[in-house]
Write a protein that binds this ligand. Structure first.
Ligand code: FES
Length: 575
């Protein structure tokens, strides 16, 4: 074995290479290893287990299964920890920590001796953070998602996190269910460890990893607690050993073609708007800049074929039984870049040749019976969003996608929390709600507060949806006519900061436009009068680094200094 592989690679710098190797082996032999084991290629396995992260509650079993696959193929598995981030256990918001996790992932891969790495993760920010970090670290890498949780049951109905968490909470706010029932359903929504069981951000990013070629074909959907998931883990370990000998790094696997396929799949599965931000960041690490118009073009020609919540009815375990992502990709094969390489070393087309069509045409639809004829995510432009905004069209109300309304403004999340449930709030069902200062810098961390609740007095009156606009994000499990990712954000001087209660806004999905019906001169005057936004606690530490370096939504909120230096063009590719 060449001296630059396995335990002999990346030696600590003591000024004496022989001593560095001698010392490293001496320490690890303290854990009981033999020379024979230490002579093998090393496959690192990232351990993101945490008591605060039930979405990763099966990581210990996955490490065992990956290790089995690695050892059966002659290499040495070594697991190591990185940061673990769960959506509901991250303050102020998990997105604030994604880049920190990507830096941890990149630097610990680079610092420690390994010939390939298995990235085990699943909760929303983990897969993008790991792919960003591994793309920058530059060694062979393969993604293994933890897999979705099982759905639960409540009074005879199937329920699952977290679309049903939101719908039950909405019913409770509207006084359609009582305190006893909301407490009862709280124990029923999450059926096991694993990631959210709807087509939220975690499920979307699992599909993205598979579609771009960074994870094994068919690996995105197997539930966390199933034998399928463990077999996928063993196969991932086997493939990691082969990747180590082939030197197949992520930048060789994931090209503009793979990124294009990933965006195509996001539309076809009715995926989360968060995928656009994360794909922008991953693409940026690989040297690609985001082409928002191409994303919209892809959406216009790609049908939504997967009938899962929040856009449809099913859950991830239904999707897996229906054949998973390969069954979807076979349906849209004519729209995919089938020459794109995958982590198997074979092309996507070769992998799809070996896959099956849908086993359940209610869940994975055929082209002549789609959930929707066009894609789930639309890109909007206009004087309110010169650098773009998103609307999850597949989760919007048909009667609101062409709408002009009077605006009710909340200046920030605190202002909204204080006033939105007041009986004195001057708001009507056909008004448009605007929430400012929840963008990348504003909150900070662009929290998923874009799912602005329906004002209580309207919710009680039966109003289910309104046009809501912000510079924040929305959970992939949420739904409604909600315009997100307005860029540039209000906290850095974007036009959203000029909106005032009583103005009118026009939303047109057909024209892909979002317009504040106020003159350009008046917008400029209002913006120059605004008090500069200050982020509390940003004088030092990671919060200062974040506020100083974070980019806007169209650049994926990556830090400027982490973006790839080799510029490879725009992605996704227009068809
Ligand atoms: Fe982890 Fe939903 S909270 S995937």
């Amino acid at each position: 074995m060449p001296e630059t592989t396995g335990l002999r690679s990346g030696l600590t710098d003591y000024g004496d290479v022989g001593f560095s190797e001698f010392l490293r082996k001496a320490f690890i032999k303290g854990a009981g290893y033999t020379d024979e084991a230490l002579d093998r290629p090393v496959v690192g396995i990232i351990n993101t287990s945490s008591g605060f992260n039930p979405c990763h509650g099966n990581v210990d079993q996955l490490i065992d299964a990956v290790s089995r696959g690695v050892m059966l193929n002659g290499a040495l598995p070594i697991a190591f920890p990185t940061i673990s981030i769960h959506e509901s256990f991250s303050q102020p918001t998990s997105m604030f920590l994604r880049n920190l996790m990507s830096m941890d992932t990149e630097e610990m891969i680079r610092a420690q001796p390994m010939d390939a790495v298995v990235l085990i993760g699943g909760c929303d920010k983990t897969v993008p953070a790991q792919l960003m970090g591994a793309a920058s670290a530059g060694i062979p890498a393969i993604q293994l998602v933890t897999g979705p949780m099982l759905s639960g049951g409540h009074r005879g109905a199937v329920v699952g996190a977290c679309t049903d968490c939101r719908s039950f909470w909405g019913k409770y706010r509207a006084e359609e269910i009582d305190k006893e029932e909301i407490e009862e359903v709280n124990s029923r929504l999450v059926g096991s460890v694993g990631t959210c069981t709807v087509m939220g951000t975690a499920s979307t990013m699992a599909c993205v990893a598979e579609a771009m070629g960074a994870a094994l074909p068919g690996s995105a959907t197997a539930p966390a607690v199933t034998a399928d998931r463990m077999r996928i883990a063993e196969q991932t370990g086997k493939r990691a050993v082969e990747l180590a000998s082939e030197g197949l790094t992520l930048d060789k696997v994931v090209t503009a073609e793979g990124i294009t396929n990933a965006f195509r799949v996001v539309h076809a599965i009715g995926g989360s708007t968060n995928a656009v931000v994360h794909l922008a960041a991953i693409a940026g690490r690989l040297g690609y800049s985001l082409d928002l118009e191409a994303i919209d073009d892809i959406g216009r020609e790609t049908p939504v074929l997967v009938d899962l919540k929040p856009s449809g009815q099913g859950y991830m375990e239904d999707f897996h039984r229906a054949g998973g992502l390969p069954a979807v990709m076979r349906q849209i094969r004519h729209l995919l870049k089938t020459d794109a390489l995958t982590v198997t070393g074979r092309s996507l087309g070769e992998e799809l040749d070996d896959a099956h069509d849908s086993y359940d045409e209610q869940i994975v639809r055929s082209l002549d019976n789609p959930v929707s004829t066009t894609g789930g995510i639309a890109v909007l432009r206009g004087n309110l969003a010169p650098a773009g905004a998103l609307l999850k069209a597949s989760a919007a109300s048909g009667e609101l996608i062409e709408h002009t309304g009077r605006v009710v403004v909340f200046e920030n999340s605190k202002d909204m929390a204080e006033r939105i449930d007041s009986d004195d709030l001057d708001v009507n069902a056909d008004d448009i709600i605007v929430l400012k200062n929840i963008g990348p810098v504003g909150a900070p961390g662009m929290p998923e507060a874009g799912y602005i609740p329906i004002p209580l007095k309207l919710a009680r009156a039966g109003v289910k949806d309104m046009v809501r606009i912000s510079d924040g994000r929305m959970s992939g499990t949420a739904f409604g006519t909600i315009v997100l990712h307005v860029s540039p954000e209000s906290a850095v001087g974007g036009p959203l900061g000029a909106v005032r209660t009583g103005d009118n806004i026009r939303l047109s999905l057909s024209e892909r436009s979002i317009e504040l019906l106020v003159s350009d001169e008046e917008i400029s005057a209002r913006l120059s009068d605004n008090v500069p936004h200050m982020v509390p606690g940003a004088e030092r530490g990671y919060r200062k680094l974040y506020v100083d370096e974070v980019t806007q939504a169209e650049e994926g909120l990556d830090f400027r200094f982490l973006q790839g230096l080799d510029k490879r063009g725009a992605a996704p590719l227009s068809s």
